[in-house]
Write a protein that binds this ligand. Structure first.
Ligand code: ATP
Ligand code: MG
Length: 343
């Protein structure tokens, strides 16, 4: 890494940069310090291949931070990607979607996935997977300050090699109001330990659900193809997308298509009305979902070759932030595992 200080003569300085470039190996990073706080100068320097420009206005802190940023090991700093799932109405299928996506992430990437059921009173992750964590997620939040990577194991049930289930107390003893700061404390531990965190939110609009949604890397809204769901999806999309300037917009799962008779709104009209493109459209299929539930499995596990399982897999890949060469997946799972890239 080379740190340079720019003088007042920009022409002479950029000419000097060109000469310097002839002597630099690929990967050399150059930080320029200068007096001007001019964005045009910053852009000009970036065009010359400079990694960062730091105005030396009144203290050394920005310089230290710029250098630390460049020296940072991206793998060391990596925190788990957070995917939050919420329904645009009660019983829309948002838990089923969250559970299938979590299962598909674990299967596809063979990396640890935390599934956190935050529906304290009525959560269903334990039933859907027929597994219960030794201690509930409510207990984990309560004890967040003493939990380290090793203690964390006491708060989840492993399903298969990579899916870690943080199940809800599923009783009425625990108050369902969550302190966002307390939850963040637990999340800091989980995100350092696991590359993916899927949060199954109850159908509630409260300060803490809003906080979790706002800080998620990905948001999945599951809606029924009905008028009430349409109105709620539109409201959720408007509020949540407004804060997602650099992140992917809210993703829509239109669930139960074909199951609502005359009150059903056609998928394309629904999607146009809520201004959400590329919705995942899942058909209404009580026997498929019912049979999986009876086995204590999610659909993607119980009926691997079903079209709906492929849709859940595609959604999991979309929210993963990783790239996958799909062709290889159909030929050979092992080959496929080697072909994904971390985002
Ligand atoms: N496409 C579908 N076809 C048939 N049944 C479905 C479908 N999707 C979900 N279900 C069933 O609907 C029920 C409710 O699903 P789920 O618990 O995921 O809803 P939810 O949105 O999480 O509800 P809540 O508001 O209680 O959190 C489950 O029994 C599930 O099996
Ligand atoms: Mg639910």
């Amino acid at each position: 890494m080379i740190v340079l200080e720019a003088g007042n003569d920009l022409g002479a300085f950029t000419a000097g940069l060109e000469k310097l470039a002839e002597h630099c190996v690929v990967g050399t990073r150059v930080v320029v310090l200068g007096r001007s706080n001019d964005v045009m100068l910053f852009r000009t320097l970036l065009r010359y291949g400079v990694s960062d420009y730091v105005p030396t206005l009144d203290n050394a802190r920005p310089i230290v931070e710029a250098i630390a940023r460049l020296l940072e090991d991206p793998n060391l700093a990596k925190l788990g990607r957070v995917i939050a799932s919420i329904g645009a109405g009660g019983g829309a299928g948002s838990s089923i979607v969250a559970h299938n996506v979590a299962w598909c992430l674990a299967e596809t990437f063979a990396d640890d996935v935390a599934l956190i059921d935050l529906d304290f009173a009525f959560g269903s992750a334990d039933l859907d997977f027929n597994e219960e964590a030794p201690q509930s997620v409510a207990a984990a939040i309560e004890q967040r300050d003493r939990i380290d990577d090793q203690l964390l194991e006491q708060f989840y049930a492993r399903r298969g090699d990579h899916l870690c289930l943080f199940t809800a107390p599923a009783g009425l003893d625990t108050d369902a109001d969550l302190d966002p700061a307390a939850f963040d404390g637990l999340m800091n531990v989980i995100r350092r330990a696991m590359p993916f965190v899927v949060i199954d939110l109850p159908n509630r609009w409260a300060g803490w659900t809003r906080h979790i949604l706002k800080s998620a890397d990905e948001i999945i809204v599951t809606a029924r193809p009905t008028l009430a769901s349409l109105r709620n999806t539109k409201s959720l999309g408007e509020v949540l997308n407004a804060g997602r300037v650099a992140d992917a917009p809210v993703r829509l799962v239109l669930n139960g298509i074909g199951g609502y008779g005359k009150s059903e709104i056609p998928a394309k009209d629904f999607e146009a009305a809520v201004a959400m493109k590329n919705a995942v459209r899942i058909g209404y299929d009580t026997s498929l979902f019912g049979d999986a539930g009876t086995k204590g499995q999610v659909v993607a596990e119980a009926s691997k070759n079903h079209k709906i399982s492929a849709q859940f897999r595609a959604l999991a890949i979309a929210v993963s932030g990783r790239q996958v060469l799909e062709k290889a997946a159909s030929r050979n799972t092992l080959g496929f595992m080697r072909l994904f890239k971390r985002g």
